[in-house]
Design a protein around this ligand. Structure first.
Ligand SMILES: Cc1ncc(COP(=O)(O)O)c(C=O)c1O
Length: 378
């Protein structure tokens, strides 16, 4: 029945699944870590231990898989745990290509793993034509990783083009689609093999759950290897977080829609403001990635943008100090709008200029957000 459902209906009803024992319209939390073995030595429900598979996480995994057009999805204890599982599934010394501008925590982890000899990672400007082709080594590169739109400059990378490059080289393509959410972009439709989400962000949406997800085009060698990493490394999401995640996801479409509209309003308001030298938002026609974003994002350009303060770093930090509605905090994708001086958190090697403030637009009134930022900029 759900085959004809739109994403909005799938989300609102969490695929319409009804709890079996009492007919509850929300699922039960299963806190059990261990499950009974039958006298014939089998596990009749297929579940033995909650590090293998967690029954409370299964409905959210089914929903994410359906939203992404995936055969299967897996939940992890955080976005980093999900991303790391992809790389840890690769043999020692594997050559990987990743973007120069990406979530800084993962970039740092990849640099550390490269220094330790675990992986060989080349970083390239994958959003620029020809750069991926130059970085990928046919027959040697096993994974092309990208993030779009990418933190914190919001570069947009052409997923379809990257899928062609990966395929020609014999590599898999994995996409960190956290900022796009499954509603705005479906990377698997564009040729990706794996989609990653920090579910801590939009999927949960309330800044109260740490979670990660991977969605797989198909179950096969890649899926099996990554599921083994999740199992052996104990990176599965706990039942209480999984339950909260599903509850948050039921309003994903409403929140993403509000965030997209708010971000566009903020971007347009400050695009020509004399105190701002640049607004980085894929929804603006002047953004270098706008044409690709129009092609691969549907229904909006996301809730994330950055602004560069003309008077420089100290003026940017002062503006962040002066806000009253925006909250000065890291992370993104929650109902409350966040502002962050990105260079302060990313530290040395960050591609974020000192004058850059990253904005995660929540679901408040865009007029209030604009007025607050206008006042804070002085
Ligand atoms: C784009 C992106 N990917 C991955 C992560 C890591 O996710 P988590 O903090 O849930 O481990 C983040 C966190 O900020 C992120 O913004």
């Amino acid at each position: 029945m759900t085959n004809t459902w739109s994403p909005e209906t799938m989300l609102a009803q969490a695929l319409g699944e009804i709890e079996a024992e009492y007919g509850g319209v929300v699922p039960t939390i299963h806190p059990a870590t261990t499950f009974i073995r039958a006298p014939d030595n089998t596990y009749p429900t297929g579940v033995a231990y909650s590090r293998d598979d967690n029954p409370t996480g299964a409905p959210a995994e089914r929903l994410i898989a359906r939203l992404e057009g995936a055969e299967k999805a897996l939940l992890f204890a955080s976005g980093m745990a999900a991303a790391v599982a992809v790389f840890e599934s690769l043999p020692v010394g594997t050559h990987v290509v990743a973007p120069k501008v990406m979530y800084w925590g993962l970039r740092k982890w990849l640099l550390d793993r490269t220094a330790a000899g675990r992986l060989r990672v080349d970083f390239a400007d994958l959003h620029l034509a020809g750069e991926a082709e130059a970085a990928v080594r046919a027959g040697e590169t096993k994974l092309l990783w990208l993030e779009t739109p990418a933190n914190p400059l919001w570069h947009v990378t052409d997923i379809q083009a990257m899928a062609a490059v990966a395929k020609a080289a014999g590599a898999a393509l994995a996409v960190d689609s956290t900022a796009a959410t499954p509603l705005l972009t479906r990377p698997l439709d564009l040729g990706a093999d794996v989609v990653m989400h920090s579910a801590t962000k939009y999927l949960n949406g309330h800044s109260d759950v740490m979670a990660g997800a991977l969605a797989f085009r198909e179950t096969g060698a890649i899926f099996d290897a990554i599921k083994t990493v999740r199992h052996d490394g104990g990176a599965i999401l706990g039942p209480f977080e999984a339950w909260l995640l599903l509850r948050g996801m039921r309003t994903l479409h409403l929140r993403v829609d509000a965030a997209c509209r708010g971000a566009m309003a903020v971007a347009e308001r400050f695009a020509n403001d004399p105190r701002v030298s640049n607004v980085l938002y894929p929804g603006l026609a002047a953004h270098p990635g706008h044409a690709v974003a129009r092609r691969q994002m549907r229904g909006g350009f996301g809730g994330m943008l950055s602004i560069r303060v003309k008077a420089g770093e100290s003026a940017a930090i002062a503006a962040a100090a002066n806000v009253r509605i925006w909250k000065r905090a890291t992370s993104l994708g929650g109902v409350e709008s966040l502002i962050e001086h990105r260079a302060s958190i990313e530290g040395a090697g960050s591609p974020a200029p000192g004058d850059l403030l990253r904005l995660s637009v929540g679901i408040e009134s865009p007029d209030d957000l604009i007025a607050d930022l206008d006042r804070a900029l002085g």
